[in-house]
Write a protein that binds this ligand. Structure first.
Ligand SMILES: [Zn+2]
Length: 377
């Protein structure tokens, strides 16, 4: 069921302590800048010999919190140490320009799971809203088709109480604690350990969702990345996550779990890193926090080494994965399957989302907390 455009009434809970000092809420600006216009240049034919393996594929969906596309090697950053992501990109499809609908973790993940913008699913902030139970999600759709499902998340922002666990048989949100007033989280090594343990109980086809939180501020990569990236700790956090993602994929591969599988890696939003006067994210709506990486690898189903230049959106991920699973996404989503664009058999659809999505130009929490006027594009 797709809701109407009215915001879903919030089921308020006690606001967690970390929310009161969270760095990714603040003053909203009405300006959505730096995203440019769509291009329809990805019309090259798909490579020959790309025969889809039989049966529905297992799907590994990885979310890298707070990760800028332009800090990855496969997006052209010379200072990156991201061999896992670069290899995944070489084996699959890279969407060059993918946009998040909101530079805030929970709303962005709600859009990732539902294919709906925040104005449709109603989750407008961390800690204050729960995804409505009657929405179709990637988890509910695939579980209804017989998929085994499991998830492991790296921060309390995605605790199961916020409803993203719909359709997942297990949702591992056990955190290791954290400092007072800090977001409870666990590092990428702990997430990979938990994800490998969860995957050991999954029979194909399965959906495994894994969320890495490390690139989120503050930036404190562990050794040896702390030393190697002494002057660039944000890049060091990404390098640490890349190593742990590699350990996850290697473990799955060794168990045969990646045979014929789809691996999709995205970020929920970027990080401003001081651009436009913003240190982190959640306040301003520039490309620095809205542009995210999206890498989609599915050997035998999608071409290798293909780069799609036209716009994609985080809301496109769910319908794309549903189509790759052999199912049909619900009608009326904000997102669109980009399987044909990934294969090069069709250009990315013209999606004038900048003009049509009323939630894309505002962070509502910024208005609520700082008195800025909510705006709509
Ligand atoms: Zn986030």
């Amino acid at each position: 069921m797709i809701p109407g455009p009215s915001p879903v009434p919030a089921r308020l809970r006690l606001v967690p302590r970390w929310l009161s000092v969270c760095t990714f809420v603040g003053t909203a600006l009405a300006v959505l800048g730096g995203c440019g216009g769509g291009r329809d240049s990805d019309t090259a034919p798909a490579p020959e010999g790309a025969t889809a393996p039989a049966g529905p594929p297992s799907i590994v969906l990885v979310s890298l919190d707070t990760t800028r596309a332009d800090r990855l090697g496969c997006y052209g950053y010379a200072g990156a140490e991201t061999p896992t992501l670069d290899a995944l990109a070489a084996a699959g499809v890279v969407f060059e320009e993918t946009s998040s609908p909101a530079p805030i973790t929970l709303p962005a993940h709600a859009s990732l799971m539902t294919g709906l913008g925040p104005h449709r699913h109603g989750v407008r902030d961390n800690g204050l809203h729960r995804l409505p139970d009657d929405l179709d999600t990637l988890g509910t759709i695939l579980r209804a088709r017989g998929y085994a499902t499991a998830a492991v998340v790296g921060a309390a922002v995605l605790d199961r109480q916020y409803g993203l666990d719909a359709g997942f048989a297990t949702w591992d949100d056990r955190m290791g604690g954290g400092a007072l007033l800090a977001i409870p989280e666990r590092d990428a090594a702990a997430v990979t350990d938990a994800a490998l343990a969860a995957a050991a109980d999954l029979e194909p086809p399965f959906l495994l969702f894994v969320h890495y939180f490390d690139p989120h501020a503050d930036y404190r990569p562990p050794p040896p990345f702390a030393e190697r990236f002494r002057d660039r700790p944000y890049d060091g956090e990404i390098a640490f996550v890349d190593r742990e993602l590699g350990r996850l994929l290697d473990g799955l591969r060794a168990a045969g779990a990646l045979d014929g599988a789809v691996v999709s890696v995205v970020a929920d939003h970027g990080e401003s890193l001081g651009e436009h006067g913003e240190r982190a994210h959640g306040v301003l709506l520039y490309r620095s926090t809205l542009r995210v990486p999206w890498i989609l690898s599915a050997p035998g189903r999608l071409p290798a080494g293909r780069r799609v230049a036209t716009f994609a959106r985080l809301t496109d991920v769910m319908p794309t994965l549903v189509e790759l699973a052999g199912a049909s996404a619900p009608s009326g989503l904000d997102g669109t399957s980009l399987v044909a664009a990934a294969r090069g058999t069709a250009a990315t659809p013209d999606t004038p989302w900048l003009r049509s999505s009323p939630s894309s130009a505002t962070t509502p929490t910024a208005g609520r907390r700082c008195g800025a006027s909510p705006t709509a594009a």
